[in-house]
Write a protein of this length. Structure first.
Length: 330
């Protein structure tokens, strides 16, 4: 019997992560019983308090056991914890030595979405690969520079630690863990039963590039705004450094420090984001969109677009454009 500990942290937590994980593993036990097989999973909600209320007062969760009562477990699942991540780690710090101890004994640990922040607070992710919600990538890198964040990935796996990407991609990790513990056939059954896209590996199609503007470097903010207003034109680093009256090398260094991107990367991301909006809402063909966002080399655009989104321009348009969907299906 595989013992699964689903944490019920204090504070604003994803009830969906907790309930969904509990339901899938529990339902699989019922499925196995129907097939004449023994139940495989013992699933428990593990908390620091016997009653955990959500700040919005809409939900209250009653853990099965307190963390100090769990002497041995095989899999720990950390749900997303919302809000101030530093404060969340403080109020839930009693979980941390227990998780470290259980991992040393051989327990696997999975974090769902923003749960990666709490997992990283244990130190167990240091030097390892990690996924989390793409919107939290910059904050995560700032808080945990020693962790190798792969913000385009749905799942990473290293040394028995399994972080997952954002929001409902936690379902992909749950099915992945089902396959680890119960086999491919049971994982396929779970994926079909819950209509989960099995083997999805990338968050890239969902990422919205919003520009990193939480810094206070005014000249860099000015340059960012210029790029966003003039992305259809040819923009050079020299042009931006002249505009801000900063030497080129200093400008490039400050831009990378402030935004996390080189100037060229930032320009590319702004153009790609504009192209994505066109693909989603207009009837333009692919080449029209490419030219409208300021690319002359269509091959170069397609290469960058695929690298950023994980899809070709045509695949992206067919996936997200409602007009395209209707024309295909009429």
């Amino acid at each position: 019997m595989i013992h699964i500990s689903i944490l019920v942290p204090l504070g604003h937590t994803s009830v969906v992560n907790i309930e969904g994980s509990h339901q899938i593993f529990s339902d699989l036990n019922n499925f196995l019983a129907e097939k004449g097989r023994k139940p495989l999973f013992q699933v428990q909600l593990v908390g620091l308090s016997k009653v955990v209320s959500q700040p919005n007062r809409l939900f209250t969760i009653s853990p099965d056991v307190l963390v100090k009562e769990v002497k041995k477990t095989d899999l720990i699942i950390i749900p997303a914890i919302h809000g101030d991540q530093v404060q969340a780690a403080k109020v839930n710090k009693e979980f941390i030595p227990w998780m470290i101890q259980q991992h040393a004994k051989g327990a696997a640990i999975a974090s769902l979405c923003l749960g990666a922040f709490f997992l990283a607070a244990t130190g167990l992710l240091e030097g390892k690969a990690c996924a989390t919600h793409w919107k939290a990538a910059r904050q995560f890198r700032e808080m945990f520079p020693g962790v190798h964040l792969m913000d385009d990935r749905v799942i990473t796996e290293e040394n028995g630690i399994y972080p997952s990407g954002g929001a409902y991609s936690y379902l992909n990790l749950i099915v992945y863990l089902v396959e680890k513990y119960a086999g491919r056939d049971i994982a396929i059954m779970a994926a079909k039963g819950y209509e989960i896209d099995l083997d999805r590996q990338s968050q890239s199609p969902f990422i919205i590039f919003e520009g990193q503007k939480t810094h206070n470097d005014e000249p860099i903010l000015k340059a960012q705004q210029f790029i966003e207003d003039s992305y259809q034109d040819k923009i050079t680093v020299d042009q931006l450094s002249d505009m801000t009256a900063i030497g080129r090398r200093t400008f490039e260094r400050r831009f990378k420090k402030s935004t996390g991107n080189t100037v060229v990367e930032y320009i590319q991301r702004i153009k790609i984001e504009a192209a994505k909006r066109d693909f989603e809402t207009s009837r333009k063909n692919v080449n029209e969109v490419i030219y409208d966002v300021g690319y002359v080399d269509t091959k170069a655009f397609r290469t960058v677009f695929k690298k950023v989104t994980g899809l070709t321009p045509l695949e992206y348009r067919n996936k997200y454009n409602k007009q395209t969907f209707h024309s295909v299906n009429e």
